[in-house]
Design a binder for this molecule. Sequence first.
Ligand SMILES: [Zn+2]
Length: 390
Amino acid sequence: MHRPLVALLLLAALAFPPALPAQTDSATGPDPIAQLVARLDLERYKATIKGLTRFGDRRQGTDRNRAAVDWIEAQLKSYGCSDVSRLKYEYQPRAPMPLTEGVRLPRDTTRAAGSGRYRGVRARTGVNNDSLRQPDARLRALDAQASTPGARDEVYCTKVGSLHPGEMYIVGAHMDGIGWGEAANDDGSGTALVMQLARIFSGPDVRTDRSIRFILWNNEETGLNGSRAYVEQRRALQGSKDEPKWLGMIQHDMMLFDHGMPRADGTLAADQRPEADVNIEFQSSAKLAAEAEQLAWTFERANERYATDYPASVGSHMTNTDSAPFQDYVPAISLRENERGAQIGAGWDPNWHQPTDLYATYSDKDFRLGLNAAQTTLAAVAGLVGATIK
Ligand SMILES: [Zn+2]
């Protein structure tokens, strides 16, 4: 067996001894992971999403995007998170290829993105670019400024480990959105999750052996440009004073809506389906697929033990999100409301990239799925970094 895999399995086994009760062990006192999970709160999670939606769709290359980066940075500082910093890069959109150029292969419509299989009923998906489909004049005006190419910032902070500060897990979500709405679910829901974890791990009484970096990517919607910039700038620096060694990358992208498959007429159920789950995905074609799969099951076990409402499932088709640029260098997984390729790509989320991706669209049953994903990641990462409470 691969040595990093053995190390990862060992870490996972140490993090989640299977037979211990979840709450209290009379020999060692209260379970610190359960205590940390209890610091997550539905109302704070919702308030953070609501705070992000004040900046409309936060489209990259706009004033509202820059204002949102500033606001996130101020929040991270207020949580006491260490080393609040920005990664800087340039973004120049590629000119669209003229339709007459190049050979266009016929698209395989039976295979979903990430190599999953479509099953059952599929409904239409796409990106809304029409401002007039946003009926709210205030929001239409807020989202009106067009994106311009150029300098970009994305913000992160770090919980510095006490024993092995030079080794870290990366916990991410993207703060930019599109579609003439509020990008509340895509990806305010993931951004707020990462921010809440930064808050809890930065608590003055929380100690971790290893480090955790909390990062809010920009330019996801243009093709993962913010996370690609991070990998390009930092990969070779790992192990130096400028960049801890990466142990894993965990992405959160669209956390709220699991109303099931579209009905035959293309419509969706109004409510969260009772059997909604958190989809933990790795990519089976990644160089580190075996290690990523183990990491995914570590998260599934953390969900089983600590999440209050919704279970998790593991899938092998991670795709189209900021964990992808990492997947050949470090075990990388994503958490989502549904599988990105075969489910979201088949129309399971009617608000995806639409003017209806608004805070007001979602109910507490929806927000609670995001909270359960937060519980899952918090518990899994707390175990992996050796979190304790002083
Ligand atoms: Zn997204």
